[in-house]
Design a protein around this ligand. Structure first.
Ligand code: MIC
Ligand code: SF4
Length: 639
């Protein structure tokens, strides 16, 4: 029987488990990436494991999320990351060099390699056939220490592409189309593998946009074949040697098949406040736009910004519409500058920002009150932009640039000819000298910290019985942005768990923190797909620090589930979803934790004569981790 690309890569990296969907498998990890907002914790954990230099082929530490440097916290974090990378044999990418996923795609990702990153959009590298997954910082720390990465063996979905993108339709519209079809939980437990005759027509940046935003489906990852387009991309990046061909066998078997005819796609838009609330751009015609933002790891490539410059050339945005552009890397800026394409951007009235995540994670660039902002990003969760009632719409770069000129949504049929699809020039300028590559004498490096960098405290092991109240009841699709908001003020505290914990569920219920501080412990009750979105492990570490013992939900998102386990919080699943309605904030629960078995059911008492049942999907290994009080304790115990 033929094999999919996913099966081929997994088979090559399998260190434990069987390749049966849903069963736990352990994978050898070739490459890792971290970014500053999750990286300080990951590196502190790596230090706590104490193994010297990294045991991967390559580990890169990027600084791209928070570069505002308002006070000492942020620059101290960057200095810590630079010095700990030097000490540990990792590559360091200084602030402003570019967005981790764009830089990794351009400079380091390899077809056929495994990559995990402490960022949910790590699957961007799937655009060139790398099996790349988002993970919690601790999982990345362990991979850097040479440990396997454990995931449930995913199902593989073949996305069969036929036809060719036409007119204003872009790679972004492929993934928006899928999101509209499958929703933000449609990809949980699955890898989306792209195949079919339409693949050859998509450029690497388009492919990377699609795999990047596969994260919003909740997917384990997304992957494209490594073909002639990949070879061309890598050669132009000066990395022809990193190319290997990787295609699925003609008779490969898949768990599901989805058909998309690229020729039928038209410009799409995700509406507030979820990436799956998708409609056609033309359906919103007439709606005024206050802001457009082009950039983020989804759409900040040379081709996105070249098309943007072509669309804006000789024109100016209306004064009511603010246009922000954050290029994905200095390489992109160099190419634009060389071709005279910075000038039309500047002349259009656009504000050129640093090559970082910027407005995508609420680091400035917030829209006005209730302002309509059209962004080329991947997430439009409520409040994430920094403006709680901001109305965030997600589109391709071409659509956002065109709409920035109009100042309102219009029908793409009125836009005239679309700009030509961009090819990379033959002589792409390198920025490799900007990375700090590790030197031999790591012993001599001193790791520099600052007062905001607080080492993790130890966590207790799981008690036999948990008696605690439900202290918060939330609905479906709760994101990690709900649990721990982004933005400049809070993100500056990512290296300081006691301080950042005070913001847990801050935007959902301001009284949650005082309530749990008073009670000393508590339980969260949630609906479907709890913890979707960002990989930030602070959304598990913070609750754990405050005393959250268990989350009881209808279903969980993959990375957050792993983070809960890593930090010893019980992820329990309601056996009967109707019990969700019976339970409320204040319900007193007694959980017989000692009776837990992998996949088993236990009965939770809510008072004399009243109880409900919960199950779990924990493996034996995962349950032991929780019983030890978290993965660091478990690893130390086994050392
Ligand atoms: C995001 O897009 O939400 C982030 C910010 O990149 C996160 C990581 C983080 O919270 O630091 C992610 O996607 O994992
Ligand atoms: Fe950065 Fe936004 Fe991409 Fe997250 S989604 S890595 S914040 S650009």
């Amino acid at each position: 029987m033929g094999k999919s690309i996913t099966h081929k890569i997994i088979e090559n990296h399998l260190v434990s488990g069987e390749m049966i969907a849903g069963q736990e498998i352990g994978l050898r990890i070739d490459q890792t990436l971290t970014q500053d907002a999750t990286g300080t914790m990951a590196w502190l954990q790596y230090e706590a494991i104490g193994i010297g230099t990294v045991r991967t082929d390559l580990s890169v530490s990027y600084v791209d999320h928070n570069t505002l440097q308002m006070g000492f916290r942020n620059p101290d974090d960057h200095r810590y990351l630079r010095t700990v990378a030097a000490k540990s044999g990792a590559v360091f990418s200084p602030a402003g060099t570019g967005i981790c996923h764009q830089l990794h795609l351009e400079n380091f990702a390899k077809p056929g390699a495994t990559l995990i990153g402490s960022d949910s959009h790590t699957p961007t590298a799937g655009g060139i056939g790398s099996m790349s997954m988002g993970a919690g910082g601790l999982s990345v720390a362990l991979a850097m220490a040479g440990e396997a990465y454990f995931i449930p063996m995913p199902k593989v979905v073949k996305v069969n592409l036929t036809g060719e993108l036409k007119g204003w339709a872009a790679g972004k519209d492929v993934i928006l189309h899928l999101l509209g079809m499958l929703t933000v939980k449609g990809g949980v437990g699955k890898v989306f593998e792209y195949a079919g005759p339409g693949v050859a027509s998509l450029s690497v940046p388009d492919r990377a946009t699609i795999t990047n935003m596969g994260a919003e489906l909740g997917a384990t990852t997304s992957i494209f074949p490594s073909d002639d387009k990949t070879r061309d991309f890598l050669e132009k990046m000066g990395r022809g040697n990193d190319f290997t061909e990787l295609i699925a066998d003609p008779d490969a078997e898949y768990d599901e098949i989805i058909e998309i005819n690229l020729s039928e796609l038209e410009p799409l838009v995700a509406q507030p406040h979820m990436p799956d609330v998708v409609c056609k751009v033309k359906d919103l015609a007439g709606k005024k736009i206050d802001q457009c933002a082009i950039g983020s790891c989804t759409n900040s490539s040379y081709s996105d910004l070249k098309n943007t410059a072509q669309i804006l050339s000789g024109k100016q945005t209306p004064p009511e519409t603010d246009l922000l552009i954050s290029p994905g890397s200095k390489q992109v800026v160099k190419m634009l500058a060389r071709e005279g394409l910075m000038e039309p951007l500047l002349d259009s009235g656009a504000r050129i920002l640093e090559c970082t995540c910027g407005p995508c994670i609420g680091m400035g660039g917030s829209p006005t009150s209730a302002g309509v902002s059209v962004r080329t990003f991947n997430r439009n969760f409520e409040g994430r932009s920094g403006t709680q009632d901001g109305q965030i719409f997600l589109t391709s770069a071409q659509t956002a640039a065109r709409l920035a000129l109009e100042g309102k949504f219009t029908d793409p049929a009125t836009w005239g000819d679309a700009p030509e699809r961009v090819e990379l020039p033959d002589d792409v300028p390198s920025i490799r000298h900007l990375f700090v590559f590790p030197q031999d004498k790591t012993d001599e490096v001193e790791i520099l910290r600052g007062p905001n960098i607080v080492a993790l405290n130890d966590f207790d092991s799981l008690p036999d019985t948990i008696e605690a109240k439900v202290l918060l009841k939330v609905g479906d699709n709760i994101t990690t942005d709900h649990i721990l908001p982004a933005g400049a003020e809070i993100t500056a505290l990512r290296s300081n768990i006691p301080a950042i914990s005070l913001y847990i569920f801050n935007r959902v219920d301001k009284d949650f923190v005082p309530r749990i501080q008073k009670a000393g412990k508590g339980i969260i009750l949630g609906g479907e797909n709890y913890g979707q979105g960002s990989s930030r492990e602070h959304a598990a570490l913070g609750p754990r620090h405050l005393g959250v013992k268990a989350v009881i939900v209808k279903s969980l998102a993959r990375i957050h589930r792993a983070n809960l386990i890593n930090f010893g919080i019980l992820p329990l699943l309601l056996a009967d979803a109707n019990d969700y309605d019976r339970l409320s904030e204040g319900s007193n629960l007694t959980i017989p934790a000692a009776a837990l078995t992998p996949g088993g059911t236990i009965s939770i008492s809510t008072g004399p004569g009243d109880s409900f049942e919960v199950t779990n999907d924990l493996t034996k290994n995962e349950l032991e981790i929780i019983q030890s009080g978290g993965l660091l304790n478990a690893v130390r115990k086994n050392q």
